[in-house]
Design a protein around this ligand. Sequence first.
Ligand code: HEM
Length: 472
Amino acid sequence: MLDAPLNDTVIQIPPAPPERRGFALGRNIKQKGVMGFFTELAEQEGSFASLKRGRRNSVVFNDATAIDYVFKAGNSKGPIVEFLRPVAGLGVFLETNLPAWGRMRHYAQPFFTPKSFDRAGVINQMVLASNEMLERWQEYAPKGRMAHLDKEFPSLAFSILLRGLFNETDVGIASEMKSGIDLIFQKAGERIWKPIKVPASWVYAAVPKYRRARRTLFKAAKQFIDRRREALKDPNFEHKNDLLSQMIGHYGLSRTEQRRLVHEVITYLIAGYETTGQALTFASILLSQNPDAQRKIAAEADRVFEGRLPVPEDVRKLTETGRIVKEALRLVPPVPILRREAMKDLEIPLDDGRKVFVPQGTIVSMSPWAVHRLPQYWGNDPEKFNPDHFSREATANRHKSAFFPFALGERKCIGGPFAETEMTVVLALVASRFEFTIPDAASIKPEFSVLLHPDKPVLAELKPRNTVESRL
Ligand code: HEM
């Protein structure tokens, strides 16, 4: 318990009202949709609101000071997507044992910096993979064929991860792994709202397609690792600085260490692929609805790339595109709800100076979707796509924790810089080669299932701009 008694500036959370408990809560969320529910809660209840799902008390914060505190106070990750545990439970994303997690994070963190991306040729890989996709699109355009963005971008993101983190380009293995991850994600999404579930390990053991998917992922990850161990024996091996080489250098040869390494390889694919792929899809929908922003990206790319394929220094000059990427992540954060579990009793501060008492064991939810739309942080028209939200001045005048698509604190997304760089490179290259329109843009809605997905196919009409020669 807390040392100091509660004083009158510390608010006790009231019990959840009947419509935010148990089955009624489930019905409410189903009716309004997950994002609708959280947005309405923020509008109606302000800084915080209580829920009760199952036996656990839960509180939702819509207040940047509180969110900052919860993420940075070192609280536990809270309930995780349990169906992913049998394939990636020992990796840095799902690991709940703090010393084990800290060690993995420490090994991987140095890779995720711009300097390290340069050393490992990450941006080059992003450019090459994007260019391959765009060469294909070039053939679509004269035939009037549309680009299926919600399939193209996740595939591209997968290929960029394999190349950028592991220098792997085997298309066959990539497609098998991707199908396995898709299958597992789909099942994970179906299970999220089930109050009673058969344990995940039983499902993998009993249902052949999940067993096969898991085996495929393990086999491929192990193959990458074994191949790399062999390659690293050559002192002149060129990919010593990628994430795979860096990780291999830190893990021992015991069975446990090797299992962890396999889970780590799978973790990075699971964590980085659909998130970035669908973020690109939603950014493209916004760019189709905001052709001025699309033209700005194209103009910036023309100016910086000067008709050649970009090099890393070019990408750092794409500041306008960078702001547009952030604005897309504000309006459609791929992970729209994040949770933590209070490790001890907490007094959580609010923007207005009051504090909220949160007992140990409470689940704390925070929705970037809802908070990224609050007028107190984003002005009177928060639904409007406006990259000026990320001008230097606007950023300096806003609470720094009102924007958290990658979470905050020590368990924030390690791949945030990778994802933002990738989105910037891909959108700049796409806009420099094509003007694109998504005829159905206005009717496509994000749907929640582990992550946000478009609720229908996202098909883009492509018009080549012909201002850029693609030269390798
Ligand atoms: C737009 C794309 C992305 C978004 C929106 C995103 C979002 C997030 C969020 C919100 C978390 C924290 C989850 C939680 O605490 O419950 C997270 C964690 C993580 N992300 Fe990302 N992510 C993206 C791309 C990537 C990429 C490209 C990679 C890998 C290259 C990656 C690797 C990870 C890992 C390993 C973690 C776990 C970190 C830890 O627990 O220490 N993510 N991501």
